[in-house]
Design a protein around this ligand. Structure first.
Ligand code: DC
Length: 228
């Protein structure tokens, strides 16, 4: 199967640890295209502004945009993230960035900039995009919109396993409380709110493997836009 001549977009939103990243990778693989993680762009901004106090940042955003370059590049079936022409992809999940990225992602002018970069990139390549506002704000006209959900206890367990692998000793109950707060704040944020739009496919992946979830999305895409 080859890629369709017109670029297409499949947008996937969902709560923390619903499996969006893994499922989006698999959808991209099945459709021979690429997966862009919108969170990665907020991570690039975090890397760029590591030494600046968050509260002072908003005023510097226009200058920073004018003096730095952010670029996404497709390399075979992957996307690489370039900051000032340096490939920073491997650095984006460093702990120091993960700890700070949420506050950076709350700055409206940074959100506008990130969305612009992603939309511009979508003009050059079909893509699967995942995030919190991919279906609502970045691509309200995506060819297919998906709200990927997974039972809360499974999401907590997944995140717990990830944290334990990094040596964190948080308990299930403590993490459940944090994640419930985070879910509520994601749904109520003023800058975006995680929500299922009326025209999005709702996919509950609780009983599905990531590959099965990806296959349902691919089937829905073919049904909606036809075979590639
Ligand atoms: O998915 P992630 O962990 O890489 O996301 C990093 C941060 O960016 C996280 O705090 C959520 C935020 N984010 C956002 O506000 N909007 C998006 N579309 C994607 C991520």
């Amino acid at each position: 199967m080859s890629e369709r001549s017109l670029p297409f977009v499949i947008a996937i939103d969902g709560p923390v640890a619903a499996g969006k990243d893994t499922v989006a990778d698999l959808v991209a693989e099945q459709l021979h295209t690429i997966h862009v993680n919108s969170g990665a762009l907020y991570r690039m901004w975090t890397l760029l502004t590591m030494d600046m106090p968050v509260e002072d940042l908003a005023g510097h955003v226009p200058h920073l945009i004018g003096s730095h370059t952010f670029r996404l590049e497709r390399r075979e079936n992957r996307v690489l993230y370039f900051l000032d022409e340096q490939d920073v992809t491997a650095r984006l999940h460093e702990n120091a960035i993960s700890v700070r990225v949420s506050s950076i992602s709350r700055i409206p002018s940074i959100r506008t900039h990130v969305n612009g970069i992603i939309r511009q990139f979508a003009g050059t390549s079909s893509l699967i995009i995942d995030g919190r506002d991919a279906t609502t704000i970045i691509f309200p006209d995506a060819d297919l919109k998906v709200y990927l959900d997974t039972a809360f206890a499974i999401r907590v367990q997944r995140r717990l396993t990830q944290l334990q692998l990094k040596g964190n000793t948080i308990t299930f109950d403590e993490l459940a409380e944090q994640m419930a707060e985070r879910d509520a704040s994601d749904r109520e944020k003023g800058i975006y709110s995680l929500t299922k739009t009326d025209d999005a496919m709702y996919l509950d992946a609780t009983e599905l493997s990531p590959r099965e979830a990806a296959s349902s999305i691919v089937a829905a895409f073919h049904e909606k836009v036809g075979e590639l």
